[in-house]
Design a protein. Structure first.
Length: 482
């Protein structure tokens, strides 16, 4: 072999594998079927030198990441607040409490932007208020969403949810939202065949939301099928329930996005106050005004640590939680989703070699978000090299062997136990299947991978089997070989 040929061979061995389909021998079949694909897998470097690229398909191509966006949100949130940060929700008032336990004015809930605020937290606030001796509110219950809310919708589902919703994931956004912006009722069969189903509140002794119940109880063993839709008219939410339920059916909870999360919080808080024996004379309102500066704190509740919030946000791909967290990254009041996206972009701008990034939300609900497989891997590697943050970050990714999402439980035992990933799914206006995360090789080395698959007008149908099965086989070979 000549000296020149030896030099060329050595140079070739030093170059990363970036040819189309290199290392992804199974996944590249999607390219041949007309899908847009960006993929990269590489071992992590030691800080002084980059890791080896194990496979790549157009790694710098800008594509929609869908809910892989949430990994960006998680990194930015941890970088901003740290794993133990808690959001605080308060009941405040500038009114005096008289000797008879009457608060002589308004009671204000100061929404702190807690994305996991639940009716249980509101009940704790109410109990603490009762412990302070409050027995009546002479004014109104005021829910203040001055930090952000109502937030203008930028996706079809959320815009439609202003008037009606037949799902739970399209909830509108507010810094004072409760229960992920969802109403919840429990549906159980009636006492006898032919009677209407029994509808109760998940959150209080009495129903909080209006219900139009047309679910009929039928004979045992006859099956259960019903629909639930929330409609809003004249600022009043009503759950429309239609169908039938077998006499021996197990009761089930039904969640539907509310028409206005701040109004939902006001309605729920008022109901819980009355349940605790605290009367409210003048009803409730919502506002975008900050509570008066002279207000005193009457009760407060701290939410769960950020690391727990991210576990829920990522594992369940909760769009409400992701976008509320992203809105909290904006420093100025009255934040919108575009500003939230800019806050994430600002964080990523500090990561060398990431490349272009477009973020219009923290949830990834819109296909207009754009990143590359290489860029996503840069983000993952940057978190790996932050020892104080990495444990909380990687814990929010799912292992296929025991993740909450059953559709990822596929591939060999090697894939299921050596990979941690976040997935992203969209179907409109085009199909998106994305996966990003970490893997451990047989020798114990860490690696990162990202696969972004976008459909086109000519490739409208795409399911997870088409993406995860070949990805699993490709990653298995990489894990086994190293």
């Amino acid at each position: 072999m000549t000296t020149l040929r030896c030099l060329l061979l050595l140079v070739g061995l030093a170059l990363p594998l970036v040819a189309s389909g290199s290392g992804f021998t199974e996944l590249k079949g999607l390219l041949e079927r007309g899908f847009q694909v960006g993929a990269e897998a590489r071992l992590l470097g030691d800080g002084a030198r980059p890791g080896e690229v194990l496979g790549a398909i157009e790694p710098h191509r800008q594509l929609s990441p869908a809910s892989v966006t949430k990994a960006y949100l998680a990194a930015a949130a941890l970088g901003r607040w740290g794993p133990q940060h808690r959001f605080t929700t308060r009941l405040v008032s500038d009114a005096e409490l008289d000797e008879h336990g009457v608060l002589q004015g308004d009671l204000v809930l100061d929404g702190g932007g807690d994305p996991a605020l639940a009716s249980e937290d509101l009940w704790r606030l109410v109990q603490r208020l009762h412990q302070r001796g409050v027995r009546e509110v002479a004014g109104r219950v005021v829910v203040s969403q001055w930090r952000f809310g109502p937030v203008a919708c930028i996706t079809t589902d959320r815009c439609q949810a202003q008037s009606r919703a037949s799902n739970s994931y399209s909830a509108l956004l507010s810094s004072a939202g409760v229960n992920h912006g969802n109403w919840c009722v429990n549906v159980a069969p009636g006492a006898a065949n032919g009677q209407p189903a029994r509808i109760t509140s998940c959150d209080s002794q009495a129903l909080i939301v209006d219900v139009d119940n047309r679910i009929e109880t039928r004979a045992a063993g006859s099956g259960t099928e019903f629909s639930a839709e929330r409609i809003t008219r004249d600022e009043t939410d009503t759950l429309l329930l239609r169908g039938h339920m077998a006499l021996d059916a197990v009761p089930r909870d039904v969640h539907r996005a509310s028409g206005d999360p701040a109004r939902q919080t006001a309605h729920t808080l008022t109901a819980l106050l009355r349940q605790a024996g605290i009367a409210v004379r003048e009803g409730y309102v919502t506002t975008v005004a900050e509570p008066p500066t002279v207000s005193r704190s009457l009760a407060k509740v701290e939410g769960k640590p950020l690391q727990e919030l991210l576990l829920r946000t990522m594992n369940y791909s909760n769009n409400f939680m992701a976008d509320v967290l992203a809105l909290g990254l904006v420093d100025t009041p009255r934040a919108n989703l575009l500003q939230a996206g800019e806050a994430i972009q600002h964080y990523v701008a500090g990561l060398p070699d990431h490349g272009p990034l477009v973020m219009l939300s923290g949830s990834g609900l819109t296909t207009e978000n754009r990143t590359s497989a290489h860029g996503a891997n840069v983000l993952l590697e940057s978190m790996f090299h932050r020892p104080a943050l990495f444990p909380s970050f990687v814990a929010s990714f799912q292992a296929p062997a025991n993740g909450v999402s059953r559709f990822i439980r596929r591939g060999s035992s090697l894939f299921q136990h050596h990979v941690m990933l976040k997935t992203g799914t969209l179907n409109q206006p085009f199909a998106v299947r994305a996966a990003s995360g970490y893997f451990r090789t047989r020798s114990g080395r860490w690696g990162v991978f990202t696969v972004l698959v976008n459909g086109t007008a000519n490739t409208p149908w795409l399911n997870w089997t088409q993406v995860l099965d070949p990805l699993a086989r490709d990653l298995e070979r990489m894990v086994e070989a190293h």
